[in-house]
Structure formats: C-alpha cells, structure tokens
Design a protein. Structure first.
Length: 191
C-alpha cells in the first residue's frame, strides 16, 4: 500500500507544472537571456530589441500537432509580422538537433531556441514539467527528438523599449499569430 501511494505521489509530482518564479506581467522589463538556435549558435535578446517588437512564444514540444500548427501559422505570417515591425522567436525544451529537424520538416523561417534546462522559461515564469523523447519520421528516416523540459504554451510580446506589453497564458495554437498581429497593430497605433 505504501509503495502504491509513493508511486502515485511521484507520478502526480511529474505531471504538475512547476513555477520557478513569479510569472512576468505586462509592464515588467523583459528578462535578458541568451539561447542556442537550431543551428547551435548563441542568440542574445539584447541584439534583437532595436526598433522592433519581439514575439517570444513558448511551446511544449517540436513535431507535435499543436506546436506544428502554431509554428506553421507563424511561418505563413512572416510577411505580415515584418510589416508590423515584429520578429518571432519560438522557445521549447527541445535540443538544438530536434529543432533543426523541426525547421527542416516544416520549412520554418524564424528563430527557434533550445531551452533544455528550462532556464529561459524560468526567467519568464513559464511553468515547465518533465521532458521526454518522441520518435518522428522525416524523409524516410526515423529520429528520436529529445526535450529536457516541457514548457507550457505561453506567448509574450516585448516592445522595442524592452517592456512586456502582451502576455497570453491561455494560447490557442492555431489563432496565436492572429491575436499577436492584432495586438501589435493596436499597440503601435496607440503610441
């Protein structure tokens, strides 16, 4: 009986997202962070804040249904986002190799950052839970995609001044881009 209760407690503790710190709120300064792109190159937030909005979206796992739909919508909206003065960065707990496959499989045209330990998610207050490995087929070959943590699906917009101006903790993967574009256009018009 004690062993069953302990097993249940361990199972529940892995299923419940953890909040490493208080989540950022609209009006807060964006946390400075450096990440690794799908190409294994360092990417620094400070280098990308000049005269543009930065859409930072966290997603659970590359090459899964909702995450692929969300990424493809961002891919298909790059012209509109650029016209609105915005750049997109997708962040997940996947390793760089998995993100490289994700980019290739879906012809993604924006930055993907690996956050295997969840340190970037932690800076934003995004809940994470245990990672894992999934297998996916690409071009007739099967690949194991490893992720250190699984982040919750949250989206932030950082203003050119480095402030959080938008936060969505209840993201609909297929309409996220549309909501982001609508917000940026309204925010620019009110400045």
């Amino acid at each position: 009986m004690k062993k069953s209760i302990l097993s249940l407690m361990l199972l529940v503790s892995f299923a419940i997202p953890t909040y490493a710190q208080t989540p950022l709120q609209v009006g807060d300064n964006a946390p400075l962070f450096t990440g690794t792109t799908d190409e294994g190159v360092a990417w620094n937030l400070e280098d990308h804040l000049e005269n543009q909005y930065l859409v930072v979206y966290f997603y659970p796992a590359a090459m899964t249904g909702g995450c692929t739909a969300q990424a493809c919508t961002y891919r298909d909206s790059q012209g509109d986002l650029r016209e609105a003065g915005a750049m997109v960065v997708g962040i997940s707990g996947d390793n760089a190799e998995g993100l490289k496959l994700f980019r290739k499989a879906h012809d993604l045209n924006f930055t993907l950052l690996a956050d295997e330990e969840g340190s970037i998610a932690e800076k934003f207050g995004v809940p994470t839970r245990e990672g894992g490995t999934i297998s996916r087929e690409l071009g007739g070959a099967f690949y194991d995609l490893y992720r250190g943590v699984t982040a919750s699906r949250w989206t932030f917009i950082i203003s050119p001044e480095g402030k959080i101006v938008y936060k969505n903790e209840d993201v609909n993967a297929s309409s996220d881009t549309e909501q982001v574009l609508t917000f940026i256009k309204k925010h620019k018009a009110s400045r």
